[in-house]
Design a protein around this ligand. Sequence first.
Ligand code: E4P
Length: 220
Amino acid sequence: MKFFIDTANLAQIKEAHDMGVLDGVTTNPSLMAKEGITGQENVINHYKAICEITDGDVSAEVIATTFDEIIVEGEALAKLHPKIVVKVPMIKDGIKAIKYFTSKGIKTNCTLVFSAGQALLAAKAGATYVSPFVGRLDDISTDGIALIEEIATIYANYGYTTQILAASVRHPMHIVQCATVGADVITAPLSAIAALLKHPLTDSGLTQFLADHAKAAGKQ
Ligand code: E4P
């Protein structure tokens, strides 16, 4: 399973990359705004800077919501760097645009997916990635992980090559659950990825090993 980091923060992207486990980056307009990235030139430079850090795909989301405008914006984003994946919302014009981008060899990420039917449409349009939002479904008392499992079954039934990119992943158990039910990729904040490291028995075991080593070394 691939690990993407879900942020536009360059320091956090670098930290995840330096851990050696980063396979790509996803951003969205809210994450870009959080970093204060506004204005066409700043946005372009920021996407290029992200592409310089990671070895993998970088999702850059369009703001446009009509077919013609999505095409213009998406083609401009795709030209920025070969790692750019054009992130398109799950709307009628978005699906049409994904079909167009696929025919031109431009990678896409169909975002804001909350049902298996939407994921089926994204696959039929040829999306490179589909992004079901696990955490936001959990937030409204539904089962985000069950949706990932349902999509995995549907895609396996028909051999769809669209990769399931579990998004809105909020904590380490979401990551483990996504791996269990067959997500191809998770995108999560650095805190959730780093939390996978933690176990109290690891900490106490290491403390004991180092103490025993120091005691034995002191006796020599
Ligand atoms: C998906 O690509 C989105 O950027 C993201 O995962 C949304 O996460 P949130 O629900 O925590 O905002």
